[in-house]
Ligand binder design. Structure first.
Ligand SMILES: NC(=O)C1=CN([C@@H]2O[C@H](COP(=O)(O)OP(=O)(O)OC[C@H]3O[C@@H](n4cnc5c(N)ncnc54)[C@H](O)[C@@H]3O)[C@@H](O)[C@H]2O)C=CC1
Ligand SMILES: O=C([O-])CC(=O)C(=O)O
Length: 266
């Protein structure tokens, strides 16, 4: 197996998990050759980790997306935000870099999604939508291939994780309440970095306009509970994932990267 090169855009908590996993040996088929973030110190922090691990190659701290693209990485890991995914997807794919993304909310824009698909195909590149804080894309995709189905996505969160969103009120600290009901497009518009999972599940099944999304805020609740349900005349599947932190999302990138080079694919 030839070594594949990686670069990371968005050097926060999840990028750190992925970099640490690489350094610990979970990604033997890859070299991390560049890092870019809105704040250059954060990119340097990631690059320094690789340098300090004395892995025998250089990881560059990039000052711009263009600088990162000039490295011509085989894969760009996007762990920044749906807005950054929108900015980087087309230039990266035209540059010959495939993308592994957590900010799947960017694809709630169906025109953009179609353009990304066409550009990836034209440039012989791919976009990998990781399972993030959920799972079950296999069953969602399979059931939706079989014919008509409906799908719902329900999330339970604690009020503190809704601070700095339009739905937050102090009363949520003491009252359990449904704070959102709509489709996946409306959900990601209201919570741009909190319901990428709902858009991902919708793309794997009925699409962002048809996926019914709801969110409940429960006082004292920590972590996230995501319940996806898909129903057809033959199949009823429920995927329920609780995670105490978002670490599972970082590890799902590691899992996808391992699958890309593995002789056995899950
Ligand atoms: N699909 C999933 O299950 C999940 C997806 N996510 C996505 O992953 C992203 C990263 O999550 P964390 O690492 O926890 O966030 P974080 O806030 O710790 O790190 C994000 C980093 O990206 C940088 N950044 C933001 N916009 C940028 C841009 N346009 N260009 C370059 N850098 C930029 C920020 O400055 C920050 O350093 C979230 O914003 C969210 O979109 C997060 C959790 C779960
Ligand atoms: O960690 C989660 O519950 C999901 C999340 O932030 C996202 O989908 O953006």
């Amino acid at each position: 197996m030839t070594i594949k090169t990686l670069a990371i855009v968005g050097c926060g908590k999840l990028a750190t998990i992925i970099t640490d996993a690489l350094i610990e040996g979970f990604l033997p088929d890859y070299q991390l050759i560049g890092a870019f973030s809105r704040t250059v110190e954060k990119a340097k922090h990631i690059a320094d980790k690789v340098q300090n691990a004395e892995s025998g190659y250089t990881c560059a701290t990039c000052n711009s997306l263009d600088e990162l693209l000039a490295l011509k990485p085989d894969y760009i890991i996007e762990t920044a935000s749906p807005d950054s995914m929108k900015a980087l997807a087309l230039p990266a794919l035209r540059n010959g870099s495939s993308i592994v993304t957590l900010s799947i909310g960017a694809f709630a824009d169906t025109e953009f999604y179609a353009e990304v698909k066409a550009t990836a195909r034209e440039n012989n590149t791919r976009v990998h939508l990781v399972s993030g804080a959920i799972g079950g894309f296999d069953v969602l995709r399979t059931v939706s291939l079989m014919g008509d189905c409906t799908a719902t996505f329900h999330t339970e969160k604690g009020p503190n994780s809704l601070k700095n969103t339009a739905v937050y009120e102090e009363s949520l600290q003491t009252e359990k309440r449904k704070v959102f009901e709509g489709n996946a497009q409306e959900a990601i518009a209201l919570f741009p970095t909190r319901v990428n999972v709902a858009v991902a599940a919708s793309l794997a099944s009925v699409g962002p306009e048809n996926m019914k999304v709801s969110m409940t805020s429960t006082p004292g609740f920590t972590g996230d509970e995501h319940r996806i349900e898909v129903k057809s005349d033959q199949v009823h599947a429920v995927i329920d994932v609780y995670s105490a932190t978002a670490q599972i999302a970082g590890w799902s990138v590691v899992n996808t990267l391992r699958n890309i080079t593995s002789p056995i694919v899950f």
